[in-house]
Design a protein around this ligand. Structure first.
Ligand SMILES: Cc1ncc(C[n+]2csc(CCOP(=O)(O)OP(=O)(O)O)c2C)c(N)n1
Ligand SMILES: [Mg+2]
Length: 337
């Protein structure tokens, strides 16, 4: 190791602590989702369940670039985004189990996690559905002179939707503060990107709207954080929308119902060599940034947090049938601001 001044050592150790924090965040997501798969098989989680195992670096890296006043819009594959944004595991797990204690009172389930306190504006079951919402949030900030960023996550499948093109066009035309984060995992359900898109270089789509774009290794959390940091600051400084193409891969099927017959098992195994978690562990270990037994301790803490969240959800309440119509209509018109 090179000799350091005390101040330099501090900075180095702060950076190392931060990298350990990134690892912890990815582990929390990975282990929670592995537990979700078990709970689904045990029918404690019902409905649709889309896991993002393999893609954790995207959510974690981008969230690090955001501030509390920023906004996030995500897709139905959003458990990790919700956790990385700061929602509690308890509120997420209770929602997954359909309990009133969940972040959406158990009415949304896996695809509709929502939390105004952390400005997490969903979870959305509609492919591409979050894009116009993000543009609307950014338009509101723009009109109110707020220097906030709206990060909008969507999949490669959304790029084929009209909403993508309308949203990109308006965001660029009106110079709105949106950070478009395309999680390109090469498939939309069972359809490979090249079967759905005439142009598979997605950053060219952004270029078509004069939106600056970066292609990023979405399996490397440090690369994602770095790119998202630069892009978010450009957006915040009034540079208009920016686009990140996060090249990633899901290791599991599209959803719990998907038999996953449309891709070669060898392809999955190849991508697993780039698993963002072991990659970061190796990097931290090589730099002696992960202390002796620290990974095991971290795993134990994460396991305890998950078991606490599951116990909380299990002990939660199912909404009574007589409440079914609550929130469907408003008893009185909303007051004008
Ligand atoms: C408007 C609309 N069309 C079709 C569907 C059905 N559908 C659900 S997920 C999905 C694939 C989307 O793929 P992508 O955007 O790449 O996200 P990923 O699942 O890969 O994260 C489709 C077509 C939908 N939910 N909404
Ligand atoms: Mg996809």
């Amino acid at each position: 190791m090179t000799a350091m001044t005390p101040a330099g050592s501090e900075a180095t150790s702060e950076a190392a602590d931060h990298r350990v924090h990134l690892l912890r965040e990815m582990l929390r997501i990975r282990r929670l989702e592995e537990r979700c798969a078990e709970l689904y098989s045990a029918t404690l989680i019902r409905g649709f369940l889309h896991l993002a195992i393999g893609e954790e670096a995207c959510a974690v890296g981008v969230m690090e670039a955001l501030r509390p006043e920023d906004a996030v819009v995500a897709t139905y594959r959003e458990h990790g985004h919700a956790l990385a944004r700061g929602m509690t595991m308890r509120s997420v797990m209770a929602e997954l189990e359909g309990k009133v204690e969940g972040c959406s009172r158990g009415r949304g389930g896996s695809m509709h996690l929502f939390d105004s306190a952390t400005r997490f504006f969903g979870g959305n079951a509609i492919v591409g559905g979050g894009l116009p919402l993000a543009v609307g949030l950014a338009l509101a900030d723009h009109l109110q002179g707020q220097h906030r960023v709206t990060a909008c996550f969507f999949g490669d499948g959304a790029v084929a939707e009209g909403e993508f093109h309308e949203s990109m066009n308006l965001a660029a035309l009106w110079h709105l503060p949106v950070l478009f984060c395309c999680e390109n995992n090469l498939y939309g359900m069972g359809t490979a990107l090249e079967r759905a898109e005439s142009e598979t270089d997605l950053s060219l789509k952004a270029a078509g709207y004069r939106v600056p774009s970066w292609e990023v290794d979405g399996m490397d959390v440090l690369a994602v954080e770095e790119a998202a940091g630069r892009a978010a600051e450009a957006v915040r400084a009034g540079g208009g929308p920016h686009f990140l193409e996060l090249r990633t891969y899901r290791f599991r099927a599209h959803s719990m119902y998907d038999p996953d017959r449309y891709r070669d098992k060898a392809e999955i195994e190849q991508w697993k060599h780039r698993d963002p978690i072991p990659q970061l562990v190796a990097r931290l270990s090589a730099g002696e940034e992960l202390g002796e037994g620290e990974l095991d301790r971290m795993e134990a803490e994460v396991a305890a947090e998950i078991e606490d969240a599951v116990a909380y959800a299990d002990a939660g309440t199912l909404e009574p049938v007589e409440d079914l119509e609550r929130f469907v209509t408003s008893p009185e018109p909303a007051a004008r601001p």
